[in-house]
Design a protein around this ligand. Structure first.
Ligand SMILES: CCCCCCCCCCCCC/C=C/C(=O)SCCNC(=O)CCNC(=O)[C@H](O)C(C)(C)COP(=O)(O)OP(=O)(O)OC[C@H]1O[C@@H](n2cnc3c(N)ncnc32)[C@H](O)[C@@H]1OP(=O)(O)O
Length: 719
């Protein structure tokens, strides 16, 4: 796991050999410990180089080992032994030096990086801190403020930035290993003490307390209940206030606290779940390993509304040539201006040139003859979308892939109007499409494995976390959102206010509560969908009482709000009041409180005190229950997919792992018991009826999440 060689006569070359990322597993730590001991003892060895095999220095501690009992030599003494030795040790960094990998390099006396290498301490994103001396050595090396920034955000930096910051000593376009070997010979005999970071003091500016206090305030505001960033600041504070050994002690104490926390488990689960969803499989036996994506060099987007513009920008940023289509000239011109502005803005931030040359605008569908893949993003109306698909089917080359960005309409119905249903797939982007990381790839019943591979591969090129989902109403994300929204509205009827519900959800960790998000998205969106579904407006069954629709409880409150012209942020009023149309700062609105009070009087509802626990249980458990139904119906590959959809598309706090992970953390018996309770109290709300999968899991002793698939009734997958 660590290869030892003697090169150029006097240099010991230690190579980490643990593909794919040379993670510091027990075996690698043992290998390094033995190799370093050998090098330090061998009188013929005058200096040492540590590098990684296959162009990767080290991806850090082996995250998979965190869930198991600790074995092998610990990292801290291993790194100390390198630093304390009397021979210069040079780290040759290629690829990445992350987490424990960078901490290992910080224990070396010199660091040489390849120009394409990246370094960073991403432990905070795993709910941890750099506990192999990273919080103590990095501030001593680069100073308090930059170290705080890197440690609390986990940001990766390029070799060039690392050089500027002083993290590395040299950057090369050639082999970092070759330069390190040469350098290791040059530094033989030079004083080592100044290179031993543990012996140095952290450079302290006069306003050290202000810097630390501001950093703490910043992370608390940004972290929304996440513990690791707070612990990171505390550990760095120790690097300023305490001698090295005492600082290390503090680092270990904080790590022990974080290490077994549910947040760390949730974040590490997210790390692996994010990678797992990329490895998709279909019931037919096709999977990511045996299905080849089609090449896509030229794409098209139909419709330059908000979604179409975002998708166009995302495609161009990924280097694809794009034809953007609008039916009318005025809208085309407007779309063009906005896309250009977005690309310019983006390029400016990256100090790059906007790739406007990759774009071609047209009102003429026949110009799509040579495109490889088309994404339809017109208004959410089945008749209109069918018309577009019919035209595309006749205009585009026979092997072009046709994608729809519908947020919930039937992909099979759209495919049925084309001559190539096997080449039709859903690509459901989330607004703003060039920013949001989530992509639901919707498999129609006839979508071919090749077309699934193409959509998933394109998602990856766009930097998205792409999740394969089945073709059901609302797909996975929006389908689960409905019970959540319903519960939020019912809570208002029963005595809550928008700010009470949002407060509980924000305290839980959502960046915005449900009513603030609705105001941001525009309340008319849901209003239109409810009208089309016959839940409000002229198509309502006249026999339905006002608070019942289609045989179940219904809250007309959102409709009443829309009828008053309160459409959310864009009209300056929605569930909250804004300073102006388009304003962003939500303040509680006495008019909404009055509307709620009048409504309750009109319907004879006695308002009651509602606490945050009830808000969370009703909103979140209803959503989770639908998640179990999604699994039962075979509309998702597994709980990991659902969780990644919620983390990357709906603001579910990552440190809570996603709804299904959260359910497992709370305990499935508890979720079941609360759903049963609320179902008894609200028998007219079918989505509170616990799903049979949840019941089956509880009866079978609540197996861990990765075993849930075994309890699905077969054949289950609609994928
Ligand atoms: C009770 C008290 C106890 C308290 C004390 C306990 C102390 C114990 C701890 C000691 C101190 C530890 C301090 C150090 C901590 C760390 O180092 S944590 C890890 C930090 N590193 C990272 O977060 C890096 C994570 N990896 C990445 O960012 C990327 O994987 C990459 C390295 C940039 C490579 O990217 P890419 O090429 O895109 O490949 P991927 O698909 O992402 O990965 C390929 C496969 O490798 C797996 N993997 C990656 N990194 C790790 C890792 N660090 N450990 C284990 N596995 C890793 C990844 O899952 C992929 O696997 P497959 O999906 O199976 O292919």
């Amino acid at each position: 796991m660590a290869r030892y060689a003697q090169v150029q006569g006097s240099v010991a070359l230690i190579t980490l050999t643990n593909p794919p990322v040379n993670a510091l597993s027990a075996a690698v730590r043992l290998g390094i410990t033995e190799a370093v001991t050998r090098a330090l003892r061998d009188p013929k060895v005058k200096s040492v180089v540590i590098c990684g095999e296959n162009g990767v220095f080290c991806g850090g501690a082996d995250i998979r080992e965190f869930a198991k009992p600790m074995t092998g030599p610990p990292l801290v003494p291993m790194i100390s032994a390198i630093e304390e030795g009397d021979k210069p040790v040079v780290a040759a960094i290629e690829g990445v030096a992350f987490g424990g990998g960078l901490e290992l390099a910080l224990g070396c006396h010199y660091r040489i990086a390849h120009s394409k290498a990246r370094v960073g301490l991403p432990e905070v994103t795993l709910g941890l801190l750099p506990a192999a001396g990273g919080t103590q050595r990095l501030p001593r090396l680069i100073g308090l403020a930059p170290a705080l920034e890197l440690i609390t955000t986990g940001r990766h930096v390029t070799a060039q930035e690392a050089l500027k910051l002083g993290i590395v000593d040299k950057v090369t376009d050639q082999s970092a290993q070759d330069l390190a070997i040469q350098f290791a010979q040059e530094v033989i005999g030079q004083p080592l003490l100044p290179r031993k970071l543990s012996t140095q003091l952290t450079p302290c500016p006069p306003d050290v307390d202000t810097i630390l206090d501001e950093a703490m305030a910043r992370v608390k505001q940004r972290a929304r209940g996440a513990m690791a960033p707070v612990a990171c600041v505390q550990a760095v504070r120790a690097a300023v206030n305490l001698p090295y050994q005492a600082g290390m002690q503090k680092e270990q104490e904080l790590m022990a606290f974080l290490f077994r926390s549910s947040q760390a488990r949730a974040l590490q689960y997210c790390f692996f779940a994010q990678r797992a969803v990329g490895k998709w499989s279909l019931s037919s036996g096709a999977h990511s390993g045996n299905s080849k994506p089609r090449p896509v060099t030229k794409a098209a987007v139909i419709g330059l509304g908000t979604m179409g513009r975002g998708i166009t920008v995302a495609l161009v940023k990924a280097g694809l040539s794009v034809v953007a289509v609008e039916t009318n000239k005025k809208q085309l011109e407007m779309g063009k201006q906005m896309v250009s502005a977005m690309l310019k803005h983006d390029a400016q931030k990256m100090n790059a040139v906007p790739r406007l040359d990759l774009l071609h605008y047209t009102t003429d569908l026949s110009e799509l003859k040579n495109t490889d893949l088309i994404i339809e993003a017109v208004f959410e109306d089945m008749a209109l979308k069918k018309e577009v698909f019919k035209k595309l089917s006749s205009v585009c080359k026979p092997d072009a892939v046709l994608c729809t960005n519908t947020s919930g309409l039937d992909v099979d119905e759209l495919a049925s109007v084309t001559k190539r249903p096997e080449l039709v797939v859903g690509m459901h982007f989330f607004a703003p499409a060039h920013v949001m990381k989530l992509l639901e790839v919707v498999r129609g019943s006839r979508s071919s494995p090749e077309v699934m591979a193409t959509a998933m591969h394109l998602g990856k090129r766009l930097g998205k976390v792409s999740v394969v989902v089945g073709n059901c109403s609302g797909f996975v994300g929006n389908r689960m959102l409905r019970p959540y929204l319903d519960q939020a509205n019912f809570l208002l009827e029963e005595g809550a206010t928008p700010e009470l519900v949002d407060g509980a959800l924000e305290e839980f960790g959502f960046p915005m509560g449900v009513f603030k998000v609705s105001d941001l998205s525009g309340l008319d969106v849901g209003w239109r969908i409810r009208k089309e579904a016959g839940l409000t407006g002229p198509n309502v069954d006249p026999k339905d009482p006002l608070r019942r629709r289609q045989g179940r409880r219904y809250s007309p409150l959102p409709d009443l709000v829309c009828e008053q012209g309160r459409l959310g942020q864009k009209s300056g009023r929605g569930w909250y009041l804004y300073d102006k149309p388009g304003g962003r700062v939500a303040t509680p609105d006495p008019d909404i409180h009055k509307l709620l009070e009048d409504y309750r009087v009109r319907h004879g509802i006695r308002p009651r005190q509602i606490g945050s626990q009830e808000v969370l249980e009703r909103c979140l458990f209803a959503l989770i229950n639908e998640g179990f139904r999604v699994l039962e119906d075979g509309m998702a590959m597994g709980p990991e997919g659902i969780d990644m959809i919620y983390v990357f598309g709906y603001g579910w706090p990552r440190h809570r792992g996603g709804p299904m992970f959260y359910a497992a953390m709370v305990g499935l018996p508890r979720v079941l018991e609360r759903l049963e309770y609320y179902q008894q109290v609200h028998p007219d709300v079918p989505h509170l009826q616990p799903s049979s999968l949840l019941r089956r899991l509880v009866v079978n002793g609540s197996p861990p999440l990765d075993k849930w698939r075994d309890f699905l009734q077969r054949p289950h997958s609609q994928l």
